[in-house]
Design a protein around this ligand. Structure first.
Ligand code: FES
Length: 153
């Protein structure tokens, strides 16, 4: 009888588990060609801004969103990070995910999980899973900032 492999979602470590890492072509593409980066927010009119940091590695992420007031969908998502390759790739993919096909509703975006980003990237090395959380945390901060601003208008 064949033994079933216990593969985790998004785990692309393979046979070198714990010793070496393998990035997928999608991860590399988003690292070398990150989408929706905002280097200077001075003239960027946003509806919500979020900043998140990872106390373990010291990496930090800033993210801005624009929301369509009629549909409550995210129509633009920009970000900038002092972070690692995985954080860059994951946040680049996240920015695509929340704006594609007319944008995702803000309430729905609050329920996004890191696994969904990892799946779209075709996997991440297990030790880098936490890097996919950085952009998501910043997005949730930005949405909460937007909702708070909306209440006070
Ligand atoms: S090592 Fe800090 S986010 Fe990746």
């Amino acid at each position: 009888m064949k033994k079933k492999k216990n593969k985790k979602i998004g785990d692309v470590i393979g046979k070198n588990k714990g010793k070496s890492w393998l990035y997928t072509g999608i991860v590399k593409d988003h690292f070398f060609h990150p989408r929706n980066v905002l280097l200077d927010e001075t003239n960027y009119q946003y509806d919500g801004k979020g900043i998140a940091g990872n106390p373990l590695c010291g990496d930090i992420m800033a993210l801005w969103i624009k929301v369509d007031p009629k549909t409550q969908k995210i129509k633009d998502c920009k970000w900038r990070t002092y972070g690692c390759a995985s954080a860059i790739s994951a946040t680049s993919m996240l920015s695509v995910m929340v704006t594609e096909k007319g944008g995702i509703a803000v309430k729905k975006a609050l329920n996004l999980k890191p696994q969904q980003i990892i799946e779209r990237l075709g996997g991440l090395p297990e030790l880098k899973f936490h890097c996919s959380v950085l952009g998501l945390d910043a997005l949730k901060e930005a949405i909460n900032d937007y909702l708070k601003n909306k209440e006070t208008k």
